[in-house]
Design a protein around this ligand. Sequence first.
Ligand code: 5AD
Length: 391
Amino acid sequence: MLAEKKETLNKMNGVDRNMIGLETRAEILRWLKEDDPEAIRRLLSTADRVRALHVGDQVHFRGLIELSNLCRRACSYCGIRAPNRGVIRYRLTREEILAAADTAREMGFGTVTLQSGEDPALNLHELCETIRLIKQHTRLAVTLSIGERSRNELARLRDAGADRYLLRFETSNSDLYNAIHPPIPGQINHDRFDVLRWLDELGYEIGSGIMVGIPGETYDDLARDLELFRELNLDMIGLGPYIPHPETPMGRCMKDLDPPPDQTPNSLEMTLKVLAITRLICPDVNLPSTTALETLTPDNGYENGLACGANVIMPNLTPVKYRALYEIYPGKAGQTRMASELMRRMIDNLRTMGRKPAIGPGKSTHYLLRHAADGKGVETNGIEIDESIEP
Ligand code: 5AD
């Protein structure tokens, strides 16, 4: 049933995609460089239509719990990098994590996302126990976003009940990636694409993504990132603008330099274009309107993303006293505002936009379809897609 619907949708999406044209790298590149406002409006509204056709009008809310801001890495863009001595470090207790998960449940969310730096002292056994307890006490789906882990660790977390995993590849340009995300000398460094493959083998719903407008990123790199989304067969894709942090090497040194001629901007318009192209290229993925986007345009960033392809929001449920300490970039939205306040705004605005909050864990339609194709049986994710549509 879902598969038949998918075929119908693919035909319709083919029509939309032909109108836009995103089959080749050259076509993607042309859209990334498009500057005619009317054409951009058409791109964004087509992505909105394709979103409605494939994943419906429901918006999924994920409660974000930032477990720890300790990190062994020295990524040149990130405010919680190990060498940043100005950061007061914290790690949540199990009680704090379970209380935040309870809040997610009380607020009607279907998922919690446990995120952290690559905290070398994060005890895996302890985390597995916490995941088990969350799954016992709530019916929440658990998403992890805790960096590069070994296959064995990922298997243990999966056994404990973790459903999904997010690991952005940040950029497809490997020279740029190695420069901004240096390997740690003397320690095991896993290739992100290997990790994504392991996650898939272990049955996780897999998410990856990028920052848009990293200094040194060209339009060609960005077009390649978008092709890679398709090739990686992702279930979830997270992307937002790069935001300079003054206490990082990248934030410090780039501000006085003239950008190279083919540098991608980290602007709102570019991020929205990339979001829209992502929805058109990967029509059935879960695609959040990210905190970085909200940070760029406070008070309507989430809505901007939802209007051009996004279908997920991740309100921050980290205990308020720690929130400002998880400063991967400055001015991060949601540092002081309670999630309940954001929810009031979203409920009002969703209604105006003809959208509604989703109920349940909100599995990725892409994940359900690829597992149905494996012959493992079809589940549903409770998404209502307009039945009246005809190819
Ligand atoms: N600007 C925007 N996004 C950032 N991230 C880290 N630092 C920054 C920054 N300065 C993003 C990365 C990472 C995710 C958790 O946060 O893409 O994967």
